[in-house]
Design a protein around this ligand. Structure first.
Ligand code: GAL
Length: 434
């Protein structure tokens, strides 16, 4: 890292949004950002290759909806779908890294708001989009918690399209009923007790999991629950203590949770795990709220067939992540890319897309009408709960750090050795925390 810092950069965001770029030391700002030309009606013309991992199932439906209305609004531009399958970008990110390395950037790529973007910024692979953000309404339409995570050294490098919650427990209502579980658990320990009840009721797989990143998401949800917002967020600071008694106890809880789960291989994707809850072969799954779209696609109704709650603990925190789109350095048709960014940042696109995707709009001025009951609750929760950043989805740590956590996770899934896991987590922290 070259010293750029992401984090609580509210002041920098304020400077940016009032339009007077400065480096904070009074010196002139050399990145006066993208000078956005007035948009040409119908689009600037040219291809926009859009790189995502929304290649299948419910995620593809969301992207298809975006493509359809982009084509309508920008008929001069040509949308090219460059999606690479694999939840959470598990395959896409490697392909993207090599394309960027080889000087072959797409028109725009999906990136998580937060620490993940610093990798691309430090490598000068993406350009600031400050003027576009201003054009879209800046802080009058984008929440501060999101802008803080998008802002690096006073600049914003991507346009957010959605907000997802990561620490959500999905449950099959019939399986809970059969196990005699009436109440939402009050903490991780009581959830583990419920998993035992489900097992005793005859369900072979009380908890469904997928490949490594889904296990990281399960683990981060336990950390969020047990440590609370401040304790969890402190893990990513220079003094973060990954060998504290609380972290060790969380690893033991995680180990216990895994004892109720199916065995999963590294590459197993998330829909299969979520579908197990949908069809009742598992009672619980911890998954980001893109799961809503998967339940929808199987005609399941929130509150009737399935229910959802944030993994409870010290306090009710909102595990945050957001998908955003970038302007890659050296992309072939930057003006057409800006049309795409302008489009994904718009009210209409965010209303259509997020209803399908399970997420909530990044913009605060999109009406909740048309969103399902789960999503309307998520919109409310996002405003009210304490927001913390997801590890598994690029908000809390840069790519290199999360990839070391995933390597440690994959080993832990095999050997269940707490000491080795703690050592690897501490080593990753010491290498990357600033
Ligand atoms: C996340 C992404 C979501 C969803 C999920 C599963 O990283 O932010 O939009 O696609 O992966 O693939």
């Amino acid at each position: 890292m070259n010293g750029k810092k992401i984090g609580a950069l509210a002041i920098a965001a304020a400077i940016l949004l009032t339009g007077c770029g400065s480096n904070g030391d009074g010196s002139a700002d050399d990145k006066s950002s993208d000078q956005v030309a007035s948009p040409k009606a119908g689009g600037a013309g040219g291809e926009v290759g859009v790189f995502t991992w929304w290649a299948d199932g419910s995620e593809k439906k969301g992207l298809d909806a975006l493509e359809k209305s982009f084509k309508k609004q920008y008929p001069n531009d040509t949308f090219v779908n460059l999606a690479v399958a694999g939840g959470s970008g598990s395959n896409a990110k490697a392909k993207l890294a090599s394309d960027l390395q080889n000087g072959n950037p797409p028109g725009s790529f999906q990136g998580h708001a937060g620490a993940e973007l610093t990798d691309y910024i430090d490598n000068e692979q993406i350009e600031p989009v400050d003027d576009l953000i201003k054009e879209l309404g800046g802080d009058s339409v984008l929440p501060k918690t999101l802008l803080d995570r998008l802002t690096v050294d006073g600049h914003i490098y991507s346009v957010p399209v959605d907000i997802h919650r990561s620490n959500v427990v999905w449950a099959n209502t019939a399986a809970l009923k059969k196990a005699g579980i009436k109440d939402t658990p009050s903490d991780v320990k009581s959830w583990l007790a419920d998993l035992q009840k489900v097992k005793d009721s005859g369900v072979a797989t009380p908890l469904s999991i997928g490949g490594t990143w889904t296990q990281t998401e399960l683990f981060e949800s336990i950390l969020m629950a047990n440590l609370g917002a401040d304790g969890y967020s402190a893990l990513f600071t220079k003094d973060g203590n990954w060998s504290s008694p609380e972290v060790k106890a969380s690893i033991e809880d995680f180990k216990k949770a895994l004892s109720f789960a199916n065995t999963a291989s590294d590459g197993d994707d998330w829909p299969a795990a979520t579908d197990m809850v949908s069809d009742g072969s598992a009672a619980y799954n911890i998954m980001g709220d893109w799961a809503v779209a998967e339940f929808d696609s199987r005609n399941k109704t929130f509150g009737k067939d399935y229910t959802a709650f944030a993994l409870p603990g010290k306090e009710d925190v909102y595990g945050f992540l957001a998908d955003s789109f970038t302007l890659p350095t050296g992309t072939k048709n930057p003006e057409a890319t800006k049309d795409w960014l302008r489009f994904v940042g718009s009210k209409d696109a965010q209303s259509t897309f997020n209803q399908i995707k399970g997420s909530i709009p990044a913009r605060t001025d999109v009406s909740p009408d048309g969103f399902n009951a789960y999503q309307q609750k998520a919109m409310k929760d996002f405003k009210e709960k304490k927001i913390v950043s997801s590890i598994a989805h690029g908000a809390a740590v840069p790519l290199a750090w999360s990839s070391e956590i995933n390597t440690a996770m994959s080993k832990f899934h095999q050997d269940k050795n707490t000491d080795n896991f703690v050592s690897a987590l501490v080593a990753a922290h010491d290498k990357y925390a600033m």
